[in-house]
Design a binder for this molecule. Structure first.
Ligand code: ATP
Ligand code: MG
Length: 136
């Protein structure tokens, strides 16, 4: 069954949005198959965002991701990669109300949540953040 990697970023954890975000994925009908809370090191954040290495905001982004606790999760279900991105929204300023970023975020750099953007990144991100035995 299809799986995706979802992370509640340090701003989302700090603002008390963990249960709010999990509820939205659960209510939709997706299945939580892995979850942990951790403070990623800067090096770990750089691995996670390696595809964005050339972007001017890369260092700031990695510093931010490693600035506090992150809730790392794997969610499973038919179409979960694509539909998970729908639940998340896009740029907080462009996201519709009803999406996580539309409802809960204002600025691009503090957008509360990450979701894998395709099957390849989902596979890579799941194996970066989780050992196989940590998933049910
Ligand atoms: P995510 O991968 O986190 O789900 P995304 O796919 O919508 O978000 P990406 O283009 O992959 O966006 O960028 C990754 C993250 O980098 C974004 O979630 C955002 O936090 C940050 N980011 C993107 N563009 C900018 C920018 N111009 N300035 C600052 N931060 C940015
Ligand atoms: Mg992305």
């Amino acid at each position: 069954m299809e799986r995706t990697f979802i992370a509640i970023k340090p701003d989302g954890v700090q603002r008390g949005l963990i249960s709010e975000i999990i509820t939205r994925f659960e209510r939709k009908g997706f299945k939580l198959v892995g979850i942990k809370i951790m403070v990623p090191s800067n090096g770990f954040a750089q691995k996670h965002y390696h595809g964005l290495k050339e972007r001017p905001f890369f260092n700031g982004l990695c510093n931010f991701l490693s600035s506090g606790p992150v809730v790392a999760m794997v969610w499973e279900g038919e179409g979960v990669i694509r539909y998970g991105r729908k639940l998340i929204g896009t740029d907080p300023q462009k996201s519709e109300p009803g999406t996580i970023r539309g409802d809960l975020a204002v600025v691009l750099g503090r957008n509360v949540i990450h979701g894998s953007d395709g099957p390849e990144t989902a596979k890579d991100e799941i194996s970066l953040w989780f050992k196989p035995e940590e998933l049910v």
